[in-house]
Design a protein around this ligand. Structure first.
Ligand code: PGA
Length: 234
């Protein structure tokens, strides 16, 4: 079983979500379909979709105006949460330490964190891809975890850009992540690929070794684009 995870970012509405659920609930997906929606859209029911959020507070509770805790997400029906997405790292200065704290809060509430790692274009050009993703994996993961985490490799330079890395680049990055996880005693942790995934390229991407599914941004917003992706992942 592979994962097809949609990340709606700050898009969508309840009406659009209900239509997406109606159409996906009419399918028989062979894979785990997850939709990470804005906080306000959590709470819908679906037979075929598990829901997730896109961020969680690193604190358990208290005077943190505007933040949403992992227990609140759980109560709202979230089973997954994306943490450390490059847009959070970039626009909200999230460090590996913060990402790790957030992932810990998620696990404490029975929510599976989808921890994002990936290099920038400058890091790639400087030949630092392997070093960057290795240290991101090592530093962003909670200690003492045994299971129930997911890693998403998202090369930052390819997100929303309509360009995808070559199959060799994806295979290389996923192998480094798999080796790092193995070194940490976390063999078998799913590793998703994300950045400019669409119905035309998803089949080739999930055929790459160590790719256990995809994290889809823009192409997850409309049923006519997302459903062919779900159906192409074998
Ligand atoms: P994209 O976004 O599919 O639009 O490139 C992926 C992501 O940011 O998770």
């Amino acid at each position: 079983m592979k994962f097809v995870v949609g990340n709606w970012k700050m898009n969508g509405s309840r009406e659009i979500l209900r239509e997406m659920i109606r159409q996906i609930d009419g399918l028989r997906p062979e894979n785990r379909v997850v939709l990470c929606v804005p906080f306000t859209l959590l709470g819908e029911k679906s037979t075929n979709i598990a829901f997730g959020a896109q961020d969680v507070s690193s604190h358990e509770r208290g005077a943190y105006t505007g933040e949403v805790s992992a227990t609140m997400l759980s109560e709202a029906g979230a089973k997954y949460v994306i943490v450390g997405h490059s847009e959070r790292r970039m626009y909200h200065d999230e460090t590996n330490d913060i990402v790790r704290e957030k992932a810990m809060r998620a696990l404490e509430s029975g929510i599976t964190p989808i921890i994002c790692v990936g290099e920038t274009m400058d890091e790639k050009r400087a030949g630092k891809t392997i070093d960057v993703i290795t240290s991101m994996v090592r530093e962003s993961l909670p200690t003492n975890v045994r299971d129930d985490i997911i890693i998403a490799y998202e090369p930052r330079w390819a997100i929303g850009a309509g360009i995808t890395p070559t199959a060799d680049e994806i295979a290389g990055a996923h192998r480094v992540i798999a080796d790092t996880l193995s070194y940490m005693g976390l063999d078998g942790t799913p590793i998703l690929y994300g950045a400019s995934v669409n119905a035309a390229n998803v089949g080739d991407i999930v055929a790459i070794r160590n790719v256990d599914g995809v994290l889809v941004g823009g192409a997850s917003l409309k049923p006519e684009e997302f459903i062919p992706i779900i159906q192409s992942v074998k």
